[in-house]
Ligand binder design. Structure first.
Ligand code: PMP
Length: 404
């Protein structure tokens, strides 16, 4: 069974004290903490197999190459991609979306075409499409949300037309916690022959992901949000698209041959991996994914759901509490405001109690404007959080209310 006290021992940072109080880390949607196995893997990799990978004839280089390519296999298994060559390592979600926005835009977009995203998107899944729109003369369309913070699917269907080249939506909203019905969205887009990119930054730590079952054409995520190291992430793309897309960056690794006159590009996935990759980070990410697999994604999801429901129920007992995002299917994120109290003040006062939450627009300014506020406070839970921590948060919030 899920023993949270044992699990907490795997995360050394959770023993930290802040202003003499135990750290209560509730900023997991921004980044997750790292289990010892990930930290040890990074030390192990630097200690025993550090050498630049691919094409090295010497032993260490071959060992490092093997570890990096094994990590690719771990990612493939974790998201159930059909082919290993469909897994591209990037710097993170942001770089993965920029890659697709650039390369897909070059291959398939003409002036007058349309890209459909949603009102929920993080800036990472908005700005690259705005840049593409500007470069190529495209128009962006936005799937609206209802009062619960769910995407309006009828409106979505009406946005699709023969001009739509791609749909790009988040799986889980980082502000509202809404779990979007991406399988249905993909099926509806595919009925019109439109490919779909899923921003999995907020779903990969919480939900079991099967890209073949979803039938996603592109699926992107960051290692640091899924208990792995920073600076690395993944772009999954269906082979049929990856083969058609031109490279995003040029340099070493992505070539098969170069002369002064011309370059022949390497095969996928390497065509999209210019320069020395993060071959240490990839093994750290693999260690994180193995750790999650051992815990069981279903167990994680069930426990985090329990935390979400407990926290929501306790939050609603607090005076002046307003929760943003009440979708029927929600991930373990609660955005809220205490009426009449600035989000920044709430965050600052909680910090003094050792409680880490995020405040502001959460890199989703357009969504925050739709909500009619300047920002919110966001508490986001991971499987190492406890009901006792939620009790401390609730007590802290009651104290904030009494102070104002
Ligand atoms: N999309 C969503 C939904 C996110 O929550 C985030 C991170 N807050 C990103 C994209 C960007 O991720 P990264 O900064 O790791 O590239």
């Amino acid at each position: 069974m899920f023993n949270v006290q044992n699990i907490r021992k795997d995360f050394p940072i959770l023993k930290t004290e802040i202003y003499g109080k135990p750290l209560i880390y509730l900023d997991n949607a921004a980044t997750s903490q790292k289990p010892s196995c990930v930290i040890e893997q990074i030390t192990h990799a630097y200690t025993t197999l550090n050498a630049n990978i691919h094409r090295g004839v010497h032993y260490l280089s071959q060992q490092a190459t093997q570890a990096h390519e094994d990590a690719r296999k771990t990612v493939q298994r974790f998201i159930n991609a059909r082919h290993l060559r469909e897994i591209i390592f990037t710097r993170g979600t942001t770089e993965a979306i920029n890659l697709v926005a650039f390369s897909f835009g070059e291959a398939f977009c003409r002036p007058g075409d349309e890209i459909v995203i949603s009102e929920q998107e993080h800036h990472s899944n908005m700005v690259p499409w705005q840049m593409l729109a500007q470069r190529k003369g495209l128009t962006l369309k936005f799937i609206p949300i209802n009062e619960k913070g769910e995407l309006k699917l009828e409106a979505f269907e009406k946005l699709l037309s023969e001009k739509t080249r791609l749909v790009s939506v988040t799986h889980v909203s980082n502000v509202l916690g809404t779990i979007n019905p991406v399988k249905e969205i993909i099926a509806k887009a595919h009925a019109e022959n439109i490919p779909v990119l899923i921003d999995g930054a907020q779903s990969i730590p919480h939900l079991h992901i099967d890209v073949q079952d979803l039938d996603a054409d592109f699926f992107v995520f960051s290692s640091h949000k899924v208990y792995g190291p920073t600076g690395i992430g993944v772009l999954y793309g269906k082979e049929k698209y990856l083969r058609e897309l031109p490279p995003y960056q040029g340099g070493g690794e992505m070539i098969s041959s170069v002369s002064f006159e011309k370059t022949v590009y390497n095969d996928i996935p390497f065509k999209f991996e210019a320069g020395t990759p993060d071959y240490i980070g990839s093994t750290g990410l693999a260690a994180a994914l193995d750790y999650l697999t051992a815990l069981g994604l279903e167990n994680i999801e069930a426990y985090e759901n329990e935390l979400l429901h407990y926290a929501t129920q306790e939050f609603l007992k607090i005076d002046r509490m307003r929760i943003f995002g009440t979708a029927d299917r929600k991930s373990s994120v609660i955005s809220f405001l205490l009426d009449g109290i600035h989000h920044y003040d709430t965050g600052m006062l909680l910090d003094k109690l050792g409680i880490a939450v995020r405040t502001g627009h959460h890199c989703a300014e357009p969504l925050i404007h739709i909500l009619g506020v300047e920002g919110t406070v966001r508490a986001s839970f991971a499987f190492y959080n406890t009901k006792e921590e939620i009790d401390s948060l609730v007590a802290g919030l009651k104290r904030v209310v009494s102070m104002f």
